[in-house]
Ligand binder design. Structure first.
Ligand code: SF4
Length: 129
């Protein structure tokens, strides 16, 4: 089966495509949101948009996908990236043998982020520093 087979069931393919792009005249995405809300392949659509858009800024995202406007998709992607980064920091810290500076370099963040994430984890698990 094609990786795109789900698109055969996409409700947006059966309606006005202009509804899925805000036109700058004050008409937003209300009609599109309603259609997406009833779409049987919304989850597949969201996952596709996530893969397609990656970590793009909301300014570089266009139209509605999976019932989400560009700003909401961008916020969701940023939250997912932060969760993944924090999980990596905690895995590396738990493994031991790396300095906070090395962990920061591996995770692509500031050293203070490593300290913040590990401290928050200790606080939430009631372990001593
Ligand atoms: S959820 Fe995705 S596939 Fe379904 S109508 Fe909305 S934009 Fe189209």
């Amino acid at each position: 089966m094609s990786a795109y087979a789900w698109m055969d069931e996409a409700l947006c393919a059966q309606t006005d495509p202009d509804a899925f792009h805000a036109d700058g005249s004050g008409h937003g995405y209300r009609a599109a949101a309603s259609i997406c809300g009833a779409c049987p392949v919304r989850k597949e659509c969201e996952a596709f948009a996530d893969r397609l858009e990656g970590t793009l800024s909301h300014r570089d995202r266009h139209g509605m996908w999976g019932g989400r406007v560009p700003r909401r998709r961008s916020a969701r992607a940023a939250a997912t990236a932060k969760q993944q980064r924090d999980a990596l920091i905690l895995r590396l810290a738990a493994r031991g043998g790396m300095s906070p500076e090395e962990i920061a370099a591996t995770a692509g963040c500031e050293v203070r982020t490593v300290h913040r994430v590990t401290a928050a984890h200790r606080d939430s698990h009631g372990t001593a520093a």
